[in-house]
Design a protein around this ligand. Structure first.
Ligand SMILES: *Cc1c(COP(=O)(O)O)cnc(C)c1O
Length: 419
């Protein structure tokens, strides 16, 4: 455990309405107590092993290494975790904490639906009723994840305010929490938000880094560079966590370069046009417009287009411990294809941004160096987007035929969503 922090340099804090101070104090107290209790971690590890499939493997990508020429590439296959991504590690930790606190209901926000999916699955397993707030635009874009969440028994609550995307879903979840915290836990999905969330989520995701370090130590590998994609920052901070207090290895965070450098085309907060701001309960680096409002962002990967970044990463970037770069939509898709062809694995589009940075970096390093990249998720969920972006005609034909099979020439005007 790293010591508990409210602030990381100038970033972090707890910028919330008065009504939320008491539940956040209560949460902080419960987290500190649980974190000091070996029984809590034993339960966390048991579920991680039996339900998630931990430890996730560390793969030597020998074919990719040979083709690129240069440093050896290792891939932490975090995407093999049940539910398809690292998000589940944090969800299990917070859900167990909620149970200890005597909470009987869980709420969450989701953008692409990955955090909502992990939350819905764990709530099914641990027996919590669960409501997932999701913007209407995201519901329309991410239909498969909505389908799975509902199958797990979660209520997906459409959010119609603002841009009807992730940040509006966060606001709606905070509103619910403010009036329901006596019985409800708000399960935030990344290492951001008001304290104690950034610290707590990092601890629950540090399992990725601890496992990777052990797997490297067992093979006698000293890594030169660790690479991870950065949305809110939870997979990267968890992956980097064992190394944060030492000067090596080099730590590289990869943000969404999208389609270009202009406002609205990317989500490069640390490696681009980010400003210090306060939003959604914490102080960090955000993409802001001239009026100080949170900017519109873009990425082909739904998990990397949040306009803010976790406060600890903002601090680590400021002091230079973590470096940041970007990979664009096209590079991410190319990286996904490259590792599918050479290694037989499919990166999630988010993680493919980190993979793209590795393709760039590996040939520039000597052959005795090792790069380790976190595959935060697997790409099954991105089938619809990847197939569309790769312009496969066969896919369009398949979709048309599928519509015919379900007996619909065109989608119905209104899909009934009440259950
Ligand atoms: C949500 C998500 C991300 C981005 O979130 P972080 O908090 O930055 O980790 C990255 N990869 C996958 C697969 C995701 O689902």
């Amino acid at each position: 455990m790293r010591p508990y922090n409210d602030y990381f340099g100038e970033f972090g804090g707890r910028y919330v309405a008065e009504v939320l101070r008491r539940p956040l104090d209560e949460l902080e107290g419960a987290f500190r107590k649980a974190a000091a209790d070996p029984g809590f971690w034993a339960e966390y590890e048991r579920i991680g092993r039996d339900f998630v499939g931990r430890p996730t493997p560390l793969l030597f990508a020998e074919n990719a290494t040979g083709e690129l020429g240069g440093a050896s590439i290792y891939i932490k296959l975090e995407g093999l975790a049940n539910t398809g991504a690292h998000k589940v590690n944090n969800v299990i930790g917070q859900a167990l904490l909620a149970r200890r606190m005597g909470k009987t209901r869980i709420i969450a926000e989701t953008g692409a639906g990955q955090h909502g999916l992990a939350t819905a699955a764990v709530c099914a397993k641990l027996g919590f009723p669960c409501t997932v707030y999701m913007g209407e635009v995201d519901i329309a874009r991410q239909r498969p994840n909505v389908f799975w969440m509902e199958l797990f028994g979660a209520t997906v609550a459409p959010v119609s305010g603002g841009t009807r995307t992730l940040k509006d879903a966060v606001n709606e979840a905070l509103r619910d929490y403010a009036s329901s915290f006596e019985e409800t836990h708000y399960l935030i999905g990344s290492a951001l938000g008001p304290s104690p969330y950034p610290d707590m989520v990092r601890e629950f995701q540090s399992i990725i880094g601890r496992e990777t370090k052990r797997q490297l130590d067992d093979r006698g590998i000293v890594p030169d560079t660790l690479v991870a994609c950065v949305g809110g920052g939870s997979n990267s901070i968890g992956f980097f966590s064992p190394y944060l207090d030492s000067p090596t290895p080099r730590l590289l965070g990869v943000e969404a370069g999208g389609t270009g450098p202009r406002p609205g085309e990317h989500a490069a907060r640390m490696s681009g046009a980010g400003d210090v701001g306060i939003a959604q309960g914490y102080k960090s680096m955000f993409l802001l417009d001239d009026d100080g409002q949170v900017q519109h962002t873009h990425s082909v990967s739904a998990g990397l287009d949040y306009p803010g970044v976790g406060p600890e990463l903002a601090h680590l970037g400021t002091i230079g411990r973590v470096e940041f770069t970007t990979a664009g939509d096209r590079q991410a898709l190319d990286a996904l294809k490259f590792f599918a062809r050479t290694e037989g694995i499919v990166f999630a589009l988010e993680s493919a941004h980190a993979a793209a940075a590795v393709i760039d970096l590996a040939p520039r390093l000597d052959a005795d160096k090792a790069i380790v990249v976190n595959m935060s998720g697997r790409g099954d969920k991105d089938l619809f987007i990847a197939a569309r972006e790769m312009h496969t005609d066969a896919w369009a034909v398949f979709l048309a035929e599928e519509l015919e099979r379900v007996g619909k020439a065109a989608p119905p005007k209104e899909t009934p969503r009440e259950r």
